[in-house]
Design a binder for this molecule. Structure first.
Ligand code: GLV
Ligand code: MN
Ligand code: MN
Ligand code: MN
Length: 432
């Protein structure tokens, strides 16, 4: 069974969605539950409804869209990703996998004959709040889908502006900018509504996520396709250092308890320590920091920063993180600065489904596509789903390995080839 995706339609969709940003001159900024999110939802939902598809939105605002030919009681092959971005992010992270799965949906809807002998249904899924840009925790929608998050987390997850996830969901109004298309479920957050967010994994046959690689491997090696076998785990801590604020001119260097200098020493110590890693795969990042009072002429009194360690080996993640925590405590003690460390979040490394890795590798080889089986340094909603259902991931190259920045890009030919490969894989799965 072969069908052809429509490259022009795919690229048109991606280019239109690229304009739904709060920062038009500086990458894509589209946070979950905001105005640009509503525009993107409306655009995708309208396209799906034009092909007769049915749309369901859960209380966390994850979306599932099914083909009109789907039959009740059959298991489902799902594909999709997220539409939210980091601040000033790229135009492909997440939305590429959504537009790819939408292109598969539109192609299948146009070719109902291709589904005559299908054993399974096909659905597009859009996971809400994957990046954690709003509430500081990645994969939020899929964590509710799998039950890792439950009702209490609606209050624990709070944005930088002090709004909890519960308050944010309660403040949504149902319609997109056209005032007609329902883009949010405003049915409330009752126990029953939250229970309905959980997927019945007995009904899930396969989950496939198409994504840009976000790293340099495929581009550097001149390959057009990656088939993901494992995904890095991560452990995130939040460190709060409290020194003594004081006058920046009048306080001698020997009488300072500077929280920012202490933070700088801690972060550099963490970097130096992780660089001792034998296979050079463990990574450590401090990407977020708040300084108080953040005035040029006041010695910083309080500094709060995030620190995350990632690897595909959980024992290495824990060993490095525990050693980094010891280093931070020792540095703070030496500088007589108070130190509080809170565990923030954690996800385990995982291996995706061997049957899918083998089937996709065979297909890529048959097509003579230059590909490799590789791991993913970034986390994805597929990580959550993979614990409960057969899950596969397809990567396309990121030019110069840039991602989470405005420069993020992929060649049109690679964009199109990845989506065609997704369609081929979906068709194969539908007829398993
Ligand atoms: C999500 O993009 C992550 O890997 O942090
Ligand atoms: Mn992503
Ligand atoms: Mn991302
Ligand atoms: Mn991500």
């Amino acid at each position: 069974m072969t069908l052809q995706t429509n490259e022009k339609r795919l690229l048109d969709n991606l280019h239109t969605l690229r304009t739904f940003t709060d920062t038009p001159q500086d990458g894509v900024t589209r946070f979950s539950y905001g105005t640009q999110d509503a525009r993107a939802r409306e655009y995708i939902i309208k396209r799906a409804e034009n092909c007769g598809c049915s749309v369901s939105i859960d209380a966390l605002q994850n979306i599932r869209i099914g083909l009109p030919t789907n039959k009740p009681g059959r298991k489902t092959v799902l594909s999709g990703s997220h539409i939210d971005t980091v601040r000033n992010g790229g135009w492909l992270d997440g939305i590429y996998g959504v537009c790819g799965a939408l292109e598969v949906l539109e192609t299948l809807a146009e070719n109902p004959d291709s589904l005559k002998d299908a054993s399974f249904n096909y659905e597009l899924v859009i996971f809400a709040e994957e990046e954690g840009s709003g509430f500081g925790s990645t994969m939020t929608g899929s964590k509710f889908i799998t039950g890792i998050y439950a009702e209490a987390d609606l209050d624990k997850l709070v944005s930088d502006t002090g709004m909890s996830l519960r308050q944010t969901l309660q403040s949504l109004s149902p319609y997109g900018p056209d005032g007609k298309t329902i883009v949010y479920n405003t049915g409330g957050l009752s126990q029953e509504a939250l229970q309905n967010v959980r997927w019945d994994f007995d009904q899930v046959q396969t989950m496939l996520e198409l994504h840009i690689e976000q790293g340099p491997v495929l581009d550097r090696e001149g390959l057009s396709l990656g088939i993901v076998d494992s995904i890095f785990g991560m452990r995130v801590i939040e460190v709060t250092l409290t020194g003594v604020g004081n006058h920046a001119g009048a306080t001698p260097m020997t009488e300072r308890y500077d929280a920012l200098c202490t933070a700088a020493e801690c972060i550099l110590a963490a970097e130096a320590h992780v660089k001792t890693d034998d296979d050079k795969r463990t990574v450590v990042t401090c990407g977020k920091m708040d300084i108080e009072p953040n005035c040029s002429n006041v010695i910083p009194e309080t500094v709060r920063f995030s620190l995350e360690v990632r690897d595909k080996d959980e024992t290495k993640i824990d060993r490095f993180m525990n050693e980094i925590i010891d280093l931070i405590v020792a540095i703070a003690e030496k500088r007589q600065v108070n130190c509080e460390i809170k565990e923030h979040s954690k996800s385990s490394p995982l291996h995706l489904t061997d049957r899918l890795i083998d089937a996709m590798s065979k297909h890529a080889a048959a097509l003579d596509l230059p590909y490799k089986v590789m791991d993913s340094g970034a986390v994805h909603d597929a990580c959550m789903i993979a614990k409960y259902a057969q899950t596969g991931m397809i990567f396309v190259p990121s030019i110069n390995g840039r991602s989470h920045v405005p420069e993020e890009n992929t060649n049109d030919a690679d964009i199109a080839a990845g989506v065609q490969f997704l369609l081929d894989t979906v068709l194969h799965e539908l007829h398993e």
